[in-house]
Design a binder for this molecule. Structure first.
Ligand code: NAD
Length: 337
């Protein structure tokens, strides 16, 4: 089947080609580096399947163009589906499939990496030693052992993250609208309400999906409820955090450290090389100017294991649709996480 694959980089092509070779009837994958949006949707004319990633824009306008051009299936190469208007897709008769789980370890481990980077100031230490400066002033950290870690969203990634932090000897607090046994079974972990988690945690890590109810979950009010000097980690979705409120929190010292793998306006920036240009996003530039902020560009998922799994599930989803088999990874309007 002809598949128009948007937002592709060399690594996407490498892993998708490999997975495509493994199936009986290989698909015709046509790669586009550009993002899918209303302006680029015409590239997918006559492609029954369109394959997209986190920063593509599959809004009503894009979906109407795709449906009118003959697309029937949208295959997401990711778990989150906030970039697509699923009710509109379904109304237009478009099926939507996703990769519900690939390597939750990849994202959980990256969140831990951000914590260690911030806590022990490894970014500064690395540059300092390269500069032949072997002093320790300004590098003082704190033990993770016995610190309290709040996990917001205790699904696949949040639970693995909590297990790793338990290994450091942290006290674990969880908040989830659907508490689960996996998190409860971690030694010393307990569910509390959001207010208690915010007030008690030294480190808060976000692992819930972006939904209307979680948009700007971190805002002036919730920041004010946090412990002074808290560390905030977001490897989930940028819009969970009101960035301007976080900047204000950093300036007053209410927030002591920020580690981000995602950013509210990231679709304008991430996965592109702007090293020769002037970044126009003042909020992003201000955010990354702080010494106690570390930002990575949506790379938490980026391990060989995760890319292999994403490619295999995506090709499998497309094959299932082509063969008329059950779509186990279909996203339907009623799905709430
Ligand atoms: P999951 O569905 O297994 O877990 C999400 C959890 O959040 C569920 O337990 C759900 O009940 C909970 N939740 C839903 N609404 C909530 C709310 N209002 N408050 C608190 N908890 C709530 O998903 P997952 O696989 O663990 O992934 C979590 C998120 O990680 C994804 O939604 C995605 O946004 C993000 N993610 C990021 C990357 C990356 O590369 N940075 C990669 C994969 C996933």
């Amino acid at each position: 089947m002809k598949v128009a694959v948007f937002s592709t980089r060399s690594y996407d092509r490498q892993f998708l080609d490999l997975a495509n070779k493994e199936v009986n009837s290989a698909h015709e994958l046509e790669y586009f580096q550009t993002q899918l949006n209303p302006k680029t949707a015409s590239l997918a004319k006559d492609f029954p399947c369109v394959c997209i990633f986190v920063n593509d824009i599959a809004n009503a306008e894009t979906l109407e163009i795709l449906a009118a051009q003959g697309t029937k299936l949208i295959a997401l190469r990711c778990a989150g589906y906030n970039m697509i208007d699923v009710p509109v897709a379904n109304n237009l008769g478009l099926k939507v499939v996703r990769v519900p789980a690939y390597s939750p370890y990849a994202v959980a481990e990256h969140a831990v990496g951000l914590i260690l980077m911030l806590n022990r100031k490894l970014n500064k230490a690395y540059n300092r030693v390269r500069d032949d400066n072997f002093t320790l002033d300004g590098l003082l950290g704190f033990d993770l052992h016995k610190s309290t870690v709040g996990v917001i969203g205790t699904g696949k990634i949040g639970t693995i993250f909590a297990q790793i932090m338990q290994g450091f000897g942290c006290n674990l607090l969880g908040y989830d609208v659907y508490p689960n046994e996996n998190f409860k079974s971690i030694e010393g972990a307990k569910y509390v309400d959001l207010e208690e988690l915010l007030g008690q945690s030294d480190i808060i890590s976000l692992h819930c999906p972006l939904l209307p109810s979680t948009n700007h979950l971190i805002n002036p009010k919730t920041i004010a409820q946090m412990k002074k000097g808290v560390m905030l980690i977001n490897t989930s979705r940028g819009q969970l955090v009101d960035t301007r409120a976080v900047i204000d929190g950093i300036k007053t010292g209410q927030i002591g450290y920020v580690g981000l793998d995602v950013y509210e306006e990231e679709e304008e920036l991430f996965f592109q090389d702007y090293s020769d240009e002037v970044i126009q996003d003042d909020t992003f530039q201000l955010l990354q100017s702080f010494q106690n902020v570390v930002i990575t560009a949506h790379q938490a998922f980026f391990t060989k294991n995760a890319l292999t799994s994403i490619a295999q599930t995506t090709i499998g989803n497309i094959s299932s649709w082509e063969q008329g088999s059950e779509l186990r990874n279909e996203v339907k309007v009623k799905v709430t996480n």
